[in-house]
Design a protein around this ligand. Structure first.
Ligand code: UFG
Length: 329
């Protein structure tokens, strides 16, 4: 089975490529390398340098490589940037996906696993968050991902395109293979920032907001190991290839940790002390995001097995220690 993985040179995409290979699929990566890394793609996996806006090229590739299904990760994914530069997000995420879906339709590919986000929920008043909760994104990034979910539902109705949209909470950690990990430029995510500080490539960690309505005043998130995310993608793909209907699932560990707890755990795991400063809130951050992953557990049998917070941070630490410059070495 040949699976076209758009954005397969990115953080989550590359971990899914590894899992697809381990599960007997043939991943073919399609990435314009604007934020992805060629070195994140295994040597025995074909990497096609292409853009998702190039509908004709996509259609050609899908025919030439007899693609059975698509996994779609290619996107702009920084919340802050999406507020400052909304056009980039509507163009890359919404228009780019429209081009991908039309290429699939022309090439006769009718199966897609889509990388969505907890950001579609905005700021829910209760948790754990279930898929049936109201969607109300508070930032452009979340709105573009929600628009894509709507497009997928409409293409399913009109053209029988079947999809699984996976709403990730906070992806973290790195592959046990030691070959791939998280390397965003610029880095904005908490765990890599904390670990880079432990490595002394940054001076201190800023806590964004200490006056939230949470036990220690800092934001609470649900950190899910990228290896567990990867397994969920393969389960979703198998569900569709077995004729299953379109679905939306949350992917989280169902446990929440505050920013302070992440910092304390990282100090324990790394055995390094580092400076921490308290800053004002970062605009658009909800206080608490914790998933219910009951639906995918019941329907597809998914269960995270690497998402204890110490294991998540230890695996990320291993990657950062061995690759202090990320993929640049
Ligand atoms: N944080 C800090 N200091 C930092 C970086 C982050 O205190 O230097 C805090 C943030 O304010 C937030 C928490 O750490 O409370 C986690 O922040 P991240 O940037 O690591 O992750 P987010 O929760 O903002 O974003 C993640 C994904 C997005 C997705 C979103 C869904 O990275 O793609 O969850 O809400 F949209």
């Amino acid at each position: 089975m040949n699976v076209l993985v758009t954005g397969g040179a990115g953080y989550i995409g590359s971990h899914v490529v590894e899992e697809l290979k381990n599960s007997g699929f043939v991943p073919i990566v399609y990435d314009n390398l604007s934020t992805g890394h060629a070195d994140a793609v295994p040597e025995d996996v074909l990497l096609i340098n292409g853009d998702i806006h190039d509908l004709d090229f996509l259609e050609h590739i899908m025919g030439e490589y007899e693609i059975d299904a698509v996994m779609h990760f290619a996107a702009s994914s920084l919340v802050g940037e999406s507020m400052e530069n909304p056009g980039r997000y509507y163009y890359n995420n919404v228009a780019g996906t429209l081009s991908l879906l039309d290429a699939m339709r022309k090439a006769g590919v009718d199966t897609i696993v889509f990388s969505s986000t907890a950001a579609v929920y905005g700021e829910p008043e209760k948790w754990p968050i279930e898929e049936e909760f109201a969607v109300c994104p508070t930032n452009v990034y979340g709105r573009t991902k929600l628009m894509i979910e709507t497009m997928l539902a409409d293409y399913d109705m009109a053209y029988d395109l079947r999809y699984v949209a996976l709403r990730y909470f906070n992806a973290a950690g790195a592959s046990a293979s030691g070959k791939i990990g998280e390397d965003h430029r610029p880095e904005t995510h908490l765990i890599p920032i904390v670990l880079k500080t432990a490595l002394k490539s940054r001076n201190s960690v800023s806590i964004f907001g200490t006056d939230y309505q949470t036990p220690d005043g800092t934001c609470i998130r649900d950190y899910i190991h990228v290896a567990d995310l990867a397994v969920a993608h393969v389960l979703a793909l198998k569900h569709l290839l077995n004729g299953g209907s379109s679905k939306i699932y949350n992917l989280g560990s169902e446990k929440g940790f505050s920013v302070r707890e992440i910092i304390e755990t990282a100090k324990k795991v790394t055995k390094v002390d580092f400076a921490v400063s308290e800053e004002k809130r970062r605009p658009g951050d909800p206080a608490v995001l914790i998933a219910s992953s009951k639906k995918i557990a019941e329907e597809l049998g998914w269960k995270p097995t690497h998402s204890e917070i110490e294991e998540v941070i230890a695996s990320a630490w291993q990657w950062h220690k061995e690759h202090p410059q990320g993929y640049e070495e």
